[in-house]
Ligand binder design. Structure first.
Ligand code: ACO
Length: 401
């Protein structure tokens, strides 16, 4: 191939690739996807093995440090995180400033951005100890912030973290528990959520991760970079799709469960209606994460007593779509978000919390990418453009316009 820089100046040629369909923005050793074959691996480990055998804590360690932890490393990592779950008391008051009906995503991203104001001793991207401290702080505090965003939305009191619990248990207790009352932990519920977090933990250069890297490329600190990623995740074409899928299923249910006419609307592109939770930039085959969630959904719903009717509608939509030319020709398959919503709902989460759960899962991936970015001398991200505006024009005075 051509050695750029040897034969060509980078300013001589500009590649035009809207949406970065074919442009690699970086090298990375974290996650491998083969979209045609439907393969996803974290640090070489297939996603189905990690989902079945691992834990979210282990996977977080794997993504961030590159290897599965030994028992001692895992214990040290987990203990460090336990010591950082509290939020500064002043930061807790931050939540009072939001309206009660605020969507929890901007609350989450604002509070995470605010961490860079409260924890100024861990902002230097070139100080290894500070990077490590901000990593642990983020992993520990995001579940607390996420639970408080929920508590704020339902007008209930905040709970302090209970550090005898693991990260997922702690999050569930702070979300659904009440101060000074015991919270009954259902181990199957904990395990199901843990598995869903594993499935969301990384997905190479998606929109939010690319945002984290781009913000980080200006040497912005980890908290602020992750906050940027959370805002990117909120959009319905990305992480916001899990909320959009459930709203779509509920609407189809309310309209009498007519799957065929919904599919027809999608195919005719009526009012821009899409089959949410379908399609993916990289997967032109079944998203391996969606296959795992689909398999788990029925069992989880049976145990948690969820609404099987929405799952039935989702299954009918999938069946219908996978045999329809529109979807077949465009290679549109269910993505990770298609079946997660019905599970989150059965767990008792309001629809607006779904994307927050995605953010909790994606956090170790964002951190791993931000850290990987700084493993080499950072080149600031600065895309070029094709200018389509006016050529030079002379200024006209206000009186002459
Ligand atoms: N429903 C109906 N048609 C679709 C869908 C869908 N969900 N997704 C893609 N298409 C159609 C497009 O309209 C386009 O058709 P055309 O050739 O007639 O114009 C064709 O398939 C190609 O789609 P693009 O939008 O060009 O594909 P792109 O790679 O840019 O977009 C995306 C991928 C954003 C995920 C898209 O498939 C989509 O909007 N899906 C629904 C939202 C969703 O589920 N997002 C979650 C993605 S996974 C994640 O972030 C966790």
């Amino acid at each position: 191939g051509i050695q750029l820089g040897k034969f060509l100046s980078t300013t001589d040629y500009t590649t035009f690739d809207p949406g970065f369909v074919n442009t690699a923005s970086t090298k990375s050793a974290i996650t491998y996807i083969d979209g045609d074959a439907g393969i996803l691996r974290y640090r070489g480990y297939p996603i189905d093995q990690l989902a079945k055998k691992s834990t979210f804590m282990e996977v977080s360690y794997l993504l961030i440090y590159g290897e599965l932890p030994t028992a001692t490393e895992l214990e040290e990592f987990t203990n460090k995180i336990r010591r950082h779950t509290l939020l500064h008391e002043d930061l807790k008051r931050f939540f009072d400033g939001f309206p009660r009906n605020a969507h929890p995503m901007p609350v989450l991203s604002s509070a995470i951005n605010a961490l860079s104001a409260y924890y100024q001793d861990s902002l230097d991207p070139y100080d290894d100890a500070q990077v490590e401290l901000s990593t642990i702080r983020l992993l520990a505090k995001v579940p607390t912030i996420a639970a408080y965003a929920y508590k704020k939305s339902v007008g209930q009191p905040f709970l302090y973290p209970d550090n005898s619990l693991n990260l997922v248990e702690n999050f569930l207790r702070m979300t659904f528990g009440f101060p000074a009352e015991p919270y009954d932990m259902d181990p199957e519920f904990v395990q199901a959520l843990d598995m869903l977090l594993i499935l969301h933990a990384d997905h190479e250069q998606n929109c939010s991760t690319s945002t984290v890297r781009l913000v980080g490329s200006s040497d912005a600190n980890l908290f602020t970079s992750v906050s940027g990623g959370i805002n990117a995740l909120w959009g319905p074409l990305h992480g916001g799709a899990n909320q959009a899928v459930l709203e779509m299923l509920e609407k189809i249910q309310a309209d009498g469960g007519d799957v065929d006419s919904f599919i027809k609307k999608v195919k005719n592109k009526e009012d821009g209606v899409k089959l949410m939770g379908f399609g993916h930039r990289v997967y032109r085959n079944y998203d391996p994460r969606a296959a795992i969630v689909k398999e788990a959904a029925h069992g989880i719903l049976e145990k948690l007593g969820g609404n099987d009717e929405l799952l039935d509608i989702a299954r009918a939509l999938e069946e219908r779509a996978l045999t329809d030319d529109y979807f077949v020709e465009r290679k549109l398959y269910p993505n990770v978000d298609f079946y997660t919503g019905v599970i989150y709902r059965a767990m008792g989460f309001p629809t607006r919390m779904f994307t927050v759960l995605f953010a909790m899962g994606r956090l170790p991936g964002w951190i791993a990418h931000w850290r990987e970015l700084h493993n080499e001398p950072v080149k600031i991200g600065r895309p070029r453009q094709i200018y389509t505006g006016y050529t030079e024009r002379a200024y006209t005075d206000l009186s002459g316009r």
